[in-house]
Design a protein around this ligand. Structure first.
Ligand code: SAM
Length: 308
């Protein structure tokens, strides 16, 4: 289905919990700023994905909070696999991934993004509040060994914290075979002039230019139409992508995703909370598939490019 701007909606990003075992100081919490403890059951998530599939949405990315803190997460993925036949992925902080990678792959997870902002143990603790760097690195290797392809490393670049580590991260990408995704800090428009944003935001355009000159090959990531740079490092290969969404009109125009909050509301945009459409309350009150589909369509029609 197309939104009012002619953009097809092809994927859904489902937050399964707002609970997290880390406390990254910069986290946007997937735009869920209202505190709630309500979570959808695996059956409820399955029902919503079944409706999504009827609207030809066939890709899901699970997120949170931290999806792997949910004990029933493998069950949630197994249920999703009945409807999301084009792609199932998740974004995780990786701290628990080692224990789940094999099972997740078996039930249908194709690929994974692991958040890894630094390779320095003390910095990792400073950013996340926990000394878990080694667990995350084990998780990255476990995902590779389980055959999740690609494994992407999400690195939010933060001024004065990890902006001196980008080269190291490129070497790590070459060593592991994971794709490096360098992400600019993102905030809603009203926080752009905040001290926080000014202090930590790094504009990655110069670094992207530098990498583009060194790259042996440039491809396009078909999902987001971003450039993907391939660099030769000794006899290995590192792959680097940049996510620069602030004021990026083409980022928004190419957005084909709708979100579902962990308390069951459709969310047309990460950076907005004024146009949510509650699915879970009607679902719990016995709404029919047709009624839920109508609400889904309503949310799709509320989608607007944030940056334009
Ligand atoms: N706990 C999971 C994880 O760590 O991947 C899923 C939730 S986390 C919010 C999803 C991704 O959003 C992470 O890769 C994180 O680094 C990124 N992220 C969080 N806050 C951000 C911000 N303000 N700007 C850009 N990316 C951010």
């Amino acid at each position: 289905m197309l939104d009012r701007f002619g953009r097809p909606v092809k994927s859904i990003r489902v937050s399964v919990t707002e609970r997290c075992n880390l406390a990254c100081f910069y986290c946007h919490r997937e735009g869920e700023w209202h505190i709630h403890r309500e979570e959808m059951s695996p059956e409820e998530i399955e029902r919503i994905l079944k409706i999504a599939r009827e609207l030809d949405i066939r890709k899901v990315k699970f997120t949170g909070g931290e999806p792997l803190v949910r004990e029933d997460f493998v069950d949630i993925v197994a249920r999703a696999a009945k409807y999301m036949d084009k792609d199932i992925s998740l974004t995780t902080n990786g701290t628990l991934l080692k224990n789940f990678a094999e099972d997740l792959k078996k039930v249908g997870v194709r690929r994974v993004n692991v958040s890894l902002d630094t390779l320095d143990r003390r910095k990792y603790e400073r950013i996340t509040g926990r000394d878990s760097l080694n667990d995350v690195i084990d998780g990255v290797y476990a995902a590779m060994n389980a055959g999740m392809i690609p494994v992407k490393l999400n690195v939010v670049v933060l001024r004065g914290i990890n902006d001196d580590e980008l080269e190291n991260m490129i070497y790590f990408s070459a060593d592991t075979g994971a794709i490096l995704q360098l992400i600019e800090l993102e905030v809603p428009l009203e926080r752009e002039n905040s001290e926080f944003f000014k202090k930590y935001h790094v504009d990655l355009s110069d670094f992207e230019r530098y990498i583009s000159k060194m790259a042996e090959k440039v491809e396009y990531n078909e999902l987001h139409r971003r450039k993907r740079y391939s660099l030769k490092i000794n006899d290995k290969r590192a792959t680097v992508e940049f996510v620069r969404s602030m004021h990026n009109t083409s980022f928004c125009m190419n957005c084909t995703r709708i979100r579902l909050t962990s308390d069951g509301k459709l969310k047309p945009c990460l950076l907005r909370n004024d146009n949510l459409v509650d699915l879970l309350t009607p679902l719990r009150k016995g709404a029919s598939d047709d009624e839920l589909k109508k609400l889904f369509k309503q949310a799709i029609l509320l989608r607007e490019p944030y940056w334009r």
